[in-house]
Design a protein around this ligand. Structure first.
Ligand SMILES: [Zn+2]
Ligand SMILES: [Zn+2]
Length: 283
């Protein structure tokens, strides 16, 4: 049984921390885009290269925000699915939902639902990453990693005149960008702030990419990894990648709307070759 997509009915974050993180993201991404396209690009590049820079940059920012929105839009919960009344092998009973829950699912207190193949609750999107939106989450990380790497490199040519050359004071200003921006609000400090946001973003994304790529190629969630329960879902690298990114995983970075069907429906986690199906009977 393949997966069929379902959309969430409620998009707003349910906690203040989640809302703050989401607002930060939705302010930071367009601010960095503005900085790269209107400030850095025209200073660094000639006219032709700058046009290319703007086209690629616009595509990247639309792609990034598209994946971000797709994480929010896709319903990863078991709500609305027909679940068995008896507990099939590998399933458990969720006391919060007062229903059976499939293998690899876990309850999220914030979302107040059981989430299929739960990865984690993401504060930036205010929802859980699990089966169905894991692809968008991973591609979002990948695109953010590539973009912040490129921008950090480009900005390093641009920024030095604004921080007064490389010295200890400039270093402190760039390491504590928010403080400097608050003490001396000006265009120069804003540029330095956006420069630092990019570098910090790149370092943060590098760590996340390293960690989540490792889990993705092992077909493991964070919880399974922490509790060493994931090995039974590891059926080779290509299979594992398809579990998260879908059959056409190699296209998923191009745009979030490109179809890449997921091989598992979130209820039955036996091998799809069908030799040992443990699909539960529904009531
Ligand atoms: Zn639950
Ligand atoms: Zn959640």
């Amino acid at each position: 049984m393949g997966y069929s997509i379902r959309f969430r009915k409620r998009f707003m974050p349910r906690s203040f921390a989640d809302l703050s993180a989401m607002v930060f993201m939705l302010l930071a991404i367009p601010s960095v885009y503005w900085f790269e396209v209107y400030v850095v690009g025209p200073t660094i590049y000639n006219r032709t290269l700058n046009i290319l820079h703007v086209i690629v940059g616009t595509y990247m920012v639309i792609n990034i925000i598209g994946n971000f929105m797709a994480v929010i839009a896709v319903d990863t919960s078991t709500q609305g699915l027909v679940l068995p009344s008896q507990v099939p092998p590998g399933w458990h009973v969720c006391a919060n939902c007062e229903s059976t829950a499939p293998p690899r699912s876990r309850h999220c207190i914030t979302c107040n639902a059981c989430v299929m193949k739960k990865e984690h609750h993401c504060i930036f999107t205010g929802c859980c990453v699990g089966l169905g939106n894991h692809r968008y989450f991973y591609i979002f990380l990948f695109l953010m990693w590539g973009s912040t790497l490129y921008c950090s490199f480009l900005n390093s040519f641009f920024i030095w005149p604004y921080v007064g050359g490389f010295n200890m004071w400039a270093f402190v200003r760039l390491v504590l960008p928010g403080v400097w921006l608050l003490l001396e609000p000006s265009l120069d400090t804003l540029y330095a702030f956006l420069f630092s946001i990019n570098v910090i973003g790149f370092l943060f994304m590098s760590v996340l990419m390293y960690y989540y790529t490792g889990l993705l190629i092992m077909n493991m969630t964070t919880h399974e990894n922490n509790h060493r329960k994931g090995q039974k879902y590891d059926h080779g690298r290509e299979h594992n990648i398809k579990v998260t990114l879908g059959e056409r995983w190699y296209w998923t970075w191009v745009f979030p709307t490109l179809s890449s069907p997921l091989p598992y429906d979130g209820l039955d986690w036996s091998l799809q070759s069908g030799e040992k199906s443990v699909r539960p009977k529904t009531k």
